[in-house]
Design a protein around this ligand. Structure first.
Ligand code: NAD
Length: 502
């Protein structure tokens, strides 16, 4: 560990548990065994606020992925997991949730120093959200059932359907909510009796490796959960093409998701794709301007804008546009930019140098295209991959900063004159992950909701998430749903059973 990281961790006083976790060599978890990459390769993990080395993680190979799939396959086809009674699986998932809860502080610290995010946000959202997700899906384990059917066919039959787990699920997750995104996918998959192989993002694998220890401690049988860290182009690509995987559940960018989806469909794998977004926000003339401005800022700058459903395009009624921008800038100025472990940090460093450069390049492109910088827009002196929260005014929908996903703290705004125009501007995007409306006129709100082409519509808030509500995109934001009862449909096969009676 670099001395700058050591000083940083000492300054904020991380827990002994986190110190212990960081002091040991990180291993992958395959078939219940802790292993290095088969070729011994490792990669450095960079702490984003000091830009220096924290630890190293194994960089798995296609052979490692194959071993993990075999372990998951063997457990699914012949192991005890599928033989467990539903309430037994439910009990194990609750035990896992208990362990996540008991180790919440350590997990929040790991997430913060690995990804850069605010430790307070990690505690409240990432870790609590993961606990809640396992608890929610634990309850589903005993509530999966088919239908009994009365056929009209002449003759005497018993006809019914069975719901059966799809099999081995390959899970690929991005770096912005590492533990939580994995929990979204694993909670439901394990509840219905699937086994899983997870490939965490190469930038943020630590919480998945710690999670694997808790899986073992919970007493979940070997091979049910396997974690293979490594590159997307190696482990991820091998997973998409592996014939031993029955279903692929991917969260990440739209271009990578498209390629992964094509490879998976070549083998008719079941598929869930949770992809990128450029979510619009409509602020109506009757909205509470101050409250809306604060909610819009939180909705775009939370996790420094590295949020798939962040409200990144705000269309504001012309009559309140100037006042709204003033409130937005005032509130944004109050958000503290600091390293993730600072308890008051709201704007944390971005995950990597590459992401920082990408976001700064978009800000430059916005300026060159004629978007007016209303707030921020300048580079921040290091160390730390920080980017100033940035608000552009009077943007046009043909600008790159309006059309493309930036994945950083950048909000584009424009005025509108009537609702027709607002809906047209909001829907003018290849993405359709989420949308938000700010208004206190219920009639207007109900009129707008069906017209917005997005998988989620928030009203007078942003990113209100709960494991009981489905999450997933329209258009190029993806295919299928995570969370809610809807997620189960993507993890279960339906078998029709006909019994001819004498
Ligand atoms: P990414 O697409 O670059 O990577 C996502 C995952 O895919 C990583 O684990 C990566 O290693 C892996 N990967 C990369 N190349 C691969 C390949 N050729 N084959 C298989 N796997 C491969 O995305 P990212 O930069 O890690 O995350 C940011 C993106 O994720 C944004 O577009 C964001 O909107 C999206 N996202 C979507 C949701 C959602 O629920 N819709 C949630 C979070 C993030």
């Amino acid at each position: 560990m670099d001395t700058k990281v050591k000083e940083y961790l000492q300054r904020y006083g991380i827990s002994e548990a986190t110190q212990r976790f960081l002091s040991k060599a990180q291993k992958m978890f395959i078939g219940g065994a802790w292993v290095d990459a088969s070729d011994g390769a490792t990669a450095e993990v960079i702490e984003p606020s000091t830009e220096t080395a924290l630890t190293r993680i194994p960089m798995g190979t296609a052979a490692d992925l194959d071993r993990a799939v075999q372990a998951a396959r063997a457990q699914f086809d012949g192991g005890p997991w599928r033989q467990l009674k539903p309430l037994e699986r439910e009990r194990l998932l609750h035990r896992l949730a208990d362990l996540l809860e008991a180790n919440a502080e350590e997990l929040a610290e790991i997430e913060s120093i690995d990804m850069g995010k605010s430790v307070a946000q990690a505690r409240a959202v990432d870790i609590q959200g993961s606990v809640d997700t396992f608890r929610y899906f634990a309850g589903w384990a005993s509530k999966i059932h088919g239908r009994s059917v009365e056929p009209s066919l002449p003759g005497n039959y018993v006809a019914y359907t069975r719901k059966e787990p799809v099999g081995v699920v390959g899970v690929i997750v991005p770096w912005n909510f590492p533990l939580q995104t994995m929990a979204w996918k694993l909670g439901a998959a394990l509840a219905v009796g699937c086994t899983v192989v997870v490939k965490p993002a190469e930038l943020t694998s630590l919480s998945a490796l710690r999670f694997a220890e808790l899986v073992q401690e919970a007493g979940i049988p070997d091979g049910v959960v396997n974690i293979v860290s490594g590159r997307g182009s190696v482990v991820g690509a091998a997973m998409a093409e592996h014939p031993g995987i029955d279903k692929l559940s991917f969260t990440g960018s739209t271009p990578v998701g498209c390629n992964v989806g094509k490879a998976a469909l070549d083998q008719m794998k079941r598929l869930t794709l949770e992809l990128g977004g450029k979510s619009p926000v409509i602020v109506c003339a009757d909205a509470d301007i101050k409250a809306a401005a604060q909610a819009v800022a939180n909705g775009v700058f939370f996790n420094s804008g590295q949020v798939c459903d962040a409200g990144t395009r705000a269309y504001v009624h012309r009559s309140i546009y100037a006042e709204f921008l003033r409130e937005l800038a005032d509130y944004t100025a109050s958000l503290k930019m600091a390293p993730g472990l600072d308890p008051d940090c709201f704007i944390s460093p971005l995950v990597s140098k590459q992401q920082q450069e990408r976001v700064l390049a978009y800000i430059q492109a916005g300026k060159e295209e004629g978007a007016e910088v209303y707030y921020g827009g300048e580079a921040v002196e290091g160390p730390g991959f920080f980017v100033q929260p940035t608000i552009f005014a009077n943007c046009r929908n043909d600008m790159r900063v309006v059309r493309e996903e930036i994945f950083g703290p950048v909000l584009v705004t424009a005025p509108f004159d009537d609702e027709e125009e607002a809906v047209a501007l909001a829907n003018d995007s290849e993405f359709g992950l989420a949308a938000a409306i700010y208004s206190n006129d219920l009639g207007k709100v109900h009129g707008l909701i069906p017209r917005l082409r997005a998988g989620t519509v928030y009203v007078n808030a942003h990113s209100t998430l709960d494991p009981s509500m489905p999450f997933g995109g329209y258009k190029q934001s993806g295919y299928g749903k995570d969370l809610g009862a809807e997620q189960l449909d993507y993890l279960l096969e339906t078998k029709a059973v006909w019994i001819t009676l004498p």
